[in-house]
Design a protein around this ligand. Structure first.
Ligand SMILES: Nc1ncnc2c1ncn2[C@@H]1O[C@H](COP(=O)(O)OP(=O)(O)OP(=O)(O)O)[C@@H](O)[C@H]1O
Ligand SMILES: [Mg+2]
Length: 234
């Protein structure tokens, strides 16, 4: 098990948001974390990253306790977070955005290079000299993911990557995430776009009001329409 989240309770000040969330991610898996607006998906990712540390419960990375550790340490251990709000530098070019994200990795195999980034996101290659602020939403999303990949993570946390993108762009992004999956990347994917997310995933968790209401394989979930209707906007 690469990541084990065990019974975490997370709050923003006095406002309690997660009530005992547990989930597991194995190496090479793509996991969907689904649920309607405001159920705690982003807060779960923020808890894992140490941005909003849980008040209680345990988060283990390769069996090592990481709950409460500072974010820079957690990201250095190999967890890459792609937040919802696409944090690229708008005054820097695409190339500069990628260059500042490079971080030496202890890894010898499968290291991310610009060549590998452009093989995954061919649309970025001709835009290397363009400033981040002049990119389309889809290009910004690719660049945000690419920046995180440059730090050579072992686990990628993706928060609503399809949000606000045109259907054709969402489709392309799905193919790119599929390719990452085939290359063996482990991914925890938060999405409101259930169909998009499930097509890419092995297993899923559904959150409601800060608790896990369903967990299972995508295959099993698809056999039971009632679950989707009860907890998701489908
Ligand atoms: N910084 C914050 N301060 C206080 N409350 C917050 C903060 N961020 C989120 N919340 C609240 O926590 C709850 C869960 O929010 P969270 O962002 O984790 O949900 P989500 O499932 O990611 O929703 P969405 O699908 O809209 O992204 C919501 O009620 C939200 O209003
Ligand atoms: Mg969210």
């Amino acid at each position: 098990m690469i990541l084990e989240v065990d019974n975490i309770y997370t709050a923003y000040g006095l406002s309690q948001v997660l009530f005992g969330v547990s989930l597991r991610v194995q190496e090479g898996e793509v996991i969907s974390l689904l649920g309607r607006n405001g159920v705690g998906k982003t807060t779960t990712l923020r808890s894992i990253m140490g941005l909003t540390p849980p008040k209680s419960g345990s988060i283990r990375w390769r069996k090592e306790e990481i709950a409460g550790r500072p974010t820079y340490e957690i990201s250095r251990l190999g967890i890459g977070f792609v937040p919802e709000d696409r944090r690229i530098f708008s005054d820097l070019t695409v190339w500069e955005n990628l260059d500042v994200a490079i971080r030496p990795s202890g890894k010898k195999e499968n290291v991310w290079t610009l060549g590998r980034i452009f093989a995954l996101f061919p649309a970025l290659e001709p835009l290397q000299k363009r400033k981040g602020g002049y990119l389309s939403g889809g290009e910004q999303q690719m660049l945000t993911i690419a920046r995180t990949l440059m730090s050579n993570p072992d686990l990628l946390l993706l928060d609503e990557p399809s949000e606000g993108l045109a259907p054709l762009v969402v489709h392309q992004l799905g193919e790119q995430i599929s390719k990452l999956r085939r290359e063996g990347m482990t991914i925890l994917l938060c999405e409101q776009n259930t169909r998009f997310s499930l097509d890419l995933s092995d297993r899923l968790y559904i959150l409601e009001k800060g608790t896990v209401k369903y967990e299972g394989t995508v295959q099993d979930f698809r056999k039971d329409e009632k679950i989707g209707r009860a907890y998701l906007a489908i």
